[in-house]
Design a protein around this ligand. Sequence first.
Ligand code: AP5
Length: 186
Amino acid sequence: MRIVFLGAPGSGKGTQASLLKERLGLAHISTGDLLRAQVAAGTELGRAAKEVMARGELVSDAIVLGMLEARMAEPDVANGYILDGYPRNSAQAVALDALLDRLGMPVDRAVLLEVEDEVLLVRIAERARKEGRADDNPESLRTRLTVYQEQTAPVIEHYAGKGNLRRVPGIGTVEDIHARIRDALA
Ligand code: AP5
């Protein structure tokens, strides 16, 4: 199965993608994780992305698409994939369609995790205390939420228009949400 996860920062995309990856044997491709690995490794790409990510803004479409294309060429993707954090704006959605058409691996389902802002704020504050991610501070989070509303939310319509969008309430326990996602994919 080929899945795109959509949702605001802190909506649980990474958590749920990891669970589903284990259950279905899919490749979990998180552009945020790929970028953080580049930052940690101190590559040229990572140096270009570091400050942009810390501010909560989007890294350039060209950089992220290049990184995604390289990841999509790896063998595990042939079994199916979960995209987590991509596409994040309308241009990325169009570029993704073109890439996946070329690869013959179009998206089967887009899953939107719906979570109220109040819950997102609590989850991110909690992770900031535990893990100290560079963009988990109030100012960057405000930017991330604005970027989500202005640039990423329109991507929801992109998938709704194709008829493969599934909306899933993203509140409750991790296990309950996982069960809802599996129902939505059935
Ligand atoms: P990215 O890493 O994608 O971050 P994000 O979208 O802000 O998402 P998060 O990782 O914060 O949240 P999530 O929805 O995955 O939730 P999670 O499961 O972690 O992107 C980071 C940055 O990279 C971007 O701002 C941008 O700069 C750049 N970037 C990435 N992709 C890009 C792209 N395509 N184009 C351009 N730039 C890009 O959960 C959050 C927390 O809540 C965790 O602590 C978790 O344990 C907890 N939690 C999860 N579920 C529950 C639950 N049910 N109950 C209680 N707690 C829960």
